[in-house]
Write a protein that binds this ligand. Structure first.
Ligand code: IMP
Ligand code: MG
Length: 176
């Protein structure tokens, strides 16, 4: 069983930070076209908010990935469940993710997409748990660094639930 322990990042703080990230990205890519890749399902809520803060020529793409097993595969190889619809060669790509935890998913995905010769590729995540890294990985745009706690809400789930919560909350797993 699980229960919501506390609010870690309230809705108002998320909104303010997303606005800042949008302004920063808009400045960095001024005058350029950008292909934003939303990593489903977790980044969907952040993506929808972020794109509306961008004053840029943007295209949307969606990818769905799943990690192989849980902890058993140290390579951090991920399975592509859904790929982008259009080639990213020569495009300025920004991968939009919900959270960087071990770093395995994004380091694999970024390397995979780099092989397709985009003009540039960066990562934007709303949450980052740097203390949990298994591989060295840094996102260029990070909303909040958070402690090593399991969080839900604002797109993040536990067992498929809680993605619709407006705040980022800490989940507590109980015995029964
Ligand atoms: P990675 O460990 O950096 O590869 O993160 C892989 C995925 O684990 C993320 O995209 C999330 O979907 C999930 N994840 C990591 N930490 C949390 C959390 O605290 N709550 C919900 N999902 C998480
Ligand atoms: Mg995810």
């Amino acid at each position: 069983m699980e229960k919501i322990k506390k609010i870690l990042i309230p809705e108002a703080d998320i909104k303010a930070r997303v606005r800042e990230l949008g302004a920063e990205i808009s400045r960095d890519y001024a005058g350029k076209a950008v292909t934003l890749i939303c990593i489903l399902n977790g980044a969907s809520v952040f993506f929808a908010d972020l794109v509306r803060e961008l004053d840029l020529d943007v295209r949307f793409e969606f990818m769905s990935v799943s990690s192989y097993g849980s902890g058993t595969v140290t390579s951090g190889e991920v399975k592509i469940l859904k790929d982008v619809n259009y080639p990213i060669e020569g495009k300025n790509v920004i991968i939009v993710e919900d959270i960087i935890d071990s770093g395995c998913t994004l380091s694999y995905l970024k390397r995979l997409l780099e092989q397709r010769n985009p003009a540039s590729i960066r990562v934007c995540t709303i949450l980052d748990k740097p203390s949990r890294r298994k591989v060295d990985f840094k996102g260029e745009y990070v909303g909040f660094e958070i402690p090593d706690e399991f969080v839900i809400g604002y797109g993040l789930d536990y067992d498929g639930k809680y993605r619709n919560l407006k705040d980022v909350c800490v989940l507590e797993l109980t015995e029964d």
